[in-house]
Design a protein around this ligand. Structure first.
Ligand code: KG4
Ligand code: ZN
Length: 336
């Protein structure tokens, strides 16, 4: 059978990314231009700046993706692009670019859901992974526990009621003075702290066992820091980081294992930026080992935003017959 090459584009937040993916699972190139240094100055992503930077970078990122895959647009079978959810102005840059290439080259266009992309990152390095399987998606904007019933078919078991897991990491990092983005910094600092030093709450949502809530935990950390300041006590940043991280990781692990058991799966996947957290990976690895569950997780570079994952998702949409028209638009609150 003929190989299918997808040129994939991702610009939903603060990474301008393009990739060439063969048959959904083989990454020929994966180019990411991060804007982190720019947004750091403001302590978070500034949407207008993100859009402008995407416009500046997108053509060269795509050219580099084609060049390093050693292909041209003549070799490409379809263009995949994230069209939601995300920042509307940021999404629009990728969507307009993908439509322009599709129109100029008469190539099929496939709009991809960003979360479907995160989940599909697991297919890239795990050739044996096929639906159905449960997947915990934890990123800066999303915390979803889903069952991947088939390619492109998802059943949501639970989601966050307030902050996303990554958002909690970023806010707590800011409160203890670590700067943006906080997740990787907490991960690193927590290794030097005592995770049992401070008993932060593990939140559960009444009547919705698979839902998450992280805003109470965030408030508990802020209250703890204020209390210490008022009493004139010195705060161990590392203990706060480690104790906070443990509270998040325990809840995430517990929910995921509950789903695996209730639905009788023998495998589990994780995805999204927070899936690169070393404590979460270790906790999940241990829980899966104890319960004889196969554990799947992408490499850190495929956990955070990238276009290779969009190429993987676009491939399965493409072979299932999904085609977007030139009226494809950015949908900032797109549902899975
Ligand atoms: O998936 P992603 O790149 O973007 C979204 O779709 O949101 O996720 C970014 C989030 C940020 O909140 C960042 O702090 C978090 O993932 N993150 C981490 C780690 N690396 C990235 N959180 C905890 N530990 C990490 N090692
Ligand atoms: Zn993402």
């Amino acid at each position: 059978e003929k190989d299918i090459l997808i040129l994939a584009i991702e610009s939903s937040c603060d990474e301008t990314a393009a990739a060439v993916v063969k048959n959904g699972r083989e990454v020929l190139s994966n180019i990411i231009s991060s804007q982190i240094e720019l947004h750091k100055l403001y302590g978070g992503v500034v949407p207008e700046i993100a859009s402008r930077k995407h416009i500046e970078k997108i053509n060269q990122v795509i050219e580099e993706a084609l060049r390093s895959a050693q292909v041209t647009l003549d070799d490409v079978d379809a263009v995949g692009v994230t069209y939601g959810p995300g920042l509307v102005g940021a999404l629009l840059v990728g969507v307009a670019e993908a439509k322009a290439i599709s129109y100029a080259r008469n190539l099929p266009l496939v709009g991809v859901h960003h979360i479907e992309g995160h989940i599909s990152a697991n297919y890239i390095e795990n050739r044996d992974l096929e639906p159905p399987f449960p997947c915990l998606v934890v990123s800066g904007g999303h915390t979803h526990l889903v069952i991947v019933e088939d390619y492109g078919k998802y059943r949501i078991l639970g989601r966050t009621r307030d902050d996303a897991a990554g958002e909690a990491f970023d806010k707590v990092a800011r409160a203890i003075g670590l700067g943006y983005p906080g997740g990787p910094k907490i991960d690193k600092l927590a290794k030097e702290g005592n995770a049992d030093a401070i008993p932060f709450p593990r939140a559960h949502v009444a009547d919705a066992p698979y839902d998450f809530s992280f805003s109470g935990l965030k408030s508990a950390v802020l209250n703890y820091l204020n209390g210490c300041r008022m009493r004139g006590e010195t705060v161990s940043q590392a203990d706060v980081a480690a104790s906070f991280q443990k509270a998040v990781v325990e809840v995430l692990t517990e929910h995921a294992m509950m789903a695996v058991k209730e639905y009788g799966f023998d495998k589990l996947a994780i995805a999204g930026g927070v899936a690169s957290n070393s404590a979460l990976r270790e906790s999940m690895r241990q829980a899966c080992e104890q319960n004889h569950i196969r554990f799947y997780y992408p490499s850190p570079i495929l956990c955070t935003d990238n276009a290779a994952m969009i190429g993987a998702a676009a491939y399965y949409e493409y072979i299932n017959g999904t085609r977007s028209g030139l009226d494809l638009n950015a949908v900032p609150n797109l549902k899975l």
